[in-house]
Ligand binder design. Sequence first.
Ligand code: BGC
Length: 760
Amino acid sequence: MTKSNYDAKASELVSKMTLEEKASLLSGADYWHTKAVESADLAPHMMCDGPNGLRKQTGEEDMLGNRESIKTTCYPTSAAVAASFDTDLAEELGRHLGAECRRENISMLLGPGLNIKRSPLGGRNFEYYSEDPCLAGTMAAAYVKGLQSQHVAACPKHFALNNQENRRMTGSSDCDERTMYEIYLSAFEQVVKQADPKSIMCSYNRINGTYSSENHWLLTDVLRKRFGFRGFVVTDWFAGKDPVQGVKAGVNLVMPGMSDYQKTEIVKGVKEGTLSEEEVTRAAEEMVSVLLWTDDAPEERSAYTADDDLAFAVKAAQNSAVLLKNEKAVLPLTKDTTVLFTGAFAKEPRIQGGGSSHINSRRVLNALDEARKDGLAVSFAEGYSLRNPEKNGQLRREAVTAAENADVVVVFAGLPDDYESEGFDRDFLDLPKEQNELIGALLSTGKKIVVVLHNGAPVTMPWKDQADAILEMYLAGDGCGRAEINLLYGKANPSGKLPETFPLRIEDTPSYLNFPGDSGSPEYKEGVFVGYRWYDTRKMNVLFPFGHGLSYTSFQYANIRADKANLIDQETVTISVDVTNIGDLAGAEAVQFYVKDPASTRRRPEKELKAFRKVFLQPGETKTVSVTLNDRAFAYYEVKIHDFIVETGDFLVAAGSSSRDLRGSITLHVEGTRKVPVHFTQHSPIGEILESSTGKKLLGPMIMDFDNKTAEGKSSLCSGSERMQKTVFRQMPLSAMLLMGRLTQEQIDRIVEKLNASEQ
Ligand code: BGC
């Protein structure tokens, strides 16, 4: 059936409901269910968290993952999935989750989370994709497509500007219009336009003072009208505010439902005339249409077993790991290398974050057991304790002694649970002191040191220059340990790329002075300069740049080209580059395409990611990687017209292996067809007036005079004075001509009138 069939059926059902029944449908029955409406034969539907597994609670319920949920597979968190730069993987993840939802009778999965990582301190960054909207939106769209292929509704969250945990339920994210559209709303726009999610979760916070759950501009003007959203809006848990304002703004379902408050207030609103019954009917219909779609799952369901799910979790972890450093090819290790594994995470890896996304794992694979299963020459020393800090000194000394008998030491480090989680932001970027001390002590043994990291967001690495290899696993889900052994010993070749910049220190980060903001209401003063847009524009040193990730093989880029050299902004352009695997091992490369506008009239980031593709290559193999860019790839958001616009000019399109490793670029001339209208007043600067042809005609004759030109057109001033004279004159308001006695008020008024008429 098509959407209009579900819509028609929904209106038919809703037409049988009383006002009270419709109003009651607009809040949940409990933590996880919608309400039943018997007269319309509508059953309750269940939803659950998301995003990296199912948190289905059948007993006591809670929204923070503290109470029991069913045992299931925990997949890599979104930070890791983003690092794969692999849309097929994200889609496959969605399919696995969708199939499991079907088995568990779940109609809607609360994910993916796609808020932009404004600061690496954001407590929930592990649950989000990236600092870049193109990467976040594209990965989210693939996940949604996979999930919804099983007729399970996705629920991208948290719309919008929920970029910190500090005061997440009351703070106001104060942000300018251009930054919202270019950065914070953009990933949501992509997921809506590319994947048609059946639901969206609105965030707790306020945006420029208005709660998302009461925000008509956000939920109706932007989401429905501008982006074309066709599903229903659910509030984050306990984010509902005034029920009448909520319905008017575009909220369909307030969750959870624990009282009659919502229903009573809506009925009262209709009776008192502050809300029309049509608005209630519309809200109910939008939601019922989706519920009917979820009921309509095809009989044939994909039959993944728990083993299939775990095997996929291993594959996903493998494809997401990022090899940050590999000096003198210390990795991959060989079977005969004598290796010491140290660090508690070798036995008990941290595989996920805390809070609503927390999964009750069926089975977690750890590196030590997996190494032993493979009969590898690995010994173990705990190195540090996750539970008994008083033992750390002793454990470190034991690890240093054990290192004497090893050729290579692999340190399993990372952030413990109480360092990053939903509900609070991180205090600092560092790893726990005892882990840095352990790595430092091991480095002084002179052995080869490999560090394997388990963390949901960037950390500092005071030992980066001395360590021989660094493998970033992120929070990699149940398959973590198996993936680690496959990667460390070369059964799998690392192919992940950083979906965010690793800064050198927190003081370097763009939002440093405004995160989390005075009294929890952050001002987004860094504007569009988020992540690499900030570091690259300011040419700052970083620990590891956005998009960075090594492989056990190497790739060569050649022959970047476009199918046209000139285009007008409504056209698309296809960019291609040939990528060759010039090493001895098969491997995959995530090719990134960045656009630069070297001569914009607006301050724009030095470069922006506009597309990417991951390609798998056998040794010696070459493949052509192509992407198609449309006008948005070249556009910026112009507040004067409240829309995106392309400025006519030459743009650079570069293909790269990271944001700081561009391997080739071409220049394209793009003709913008829209103009930013200028409104002139008598106080408009003369220079601005001279930029228009009418202005030049009207004021031109006077310029000679002010430029102090001689009759032969030569300047009568020395060059410094000439520049000053010109600049000052061009920055003067037109009205100054009145004081100079050059123009009368009437003449000025006529000039302004003519200028504005010519702009129409
Ligand atoms: C989180 C949501 C989650 C909901 C239900 C809230 O605390 O912000 O992401 O889906 O709880 O557990």
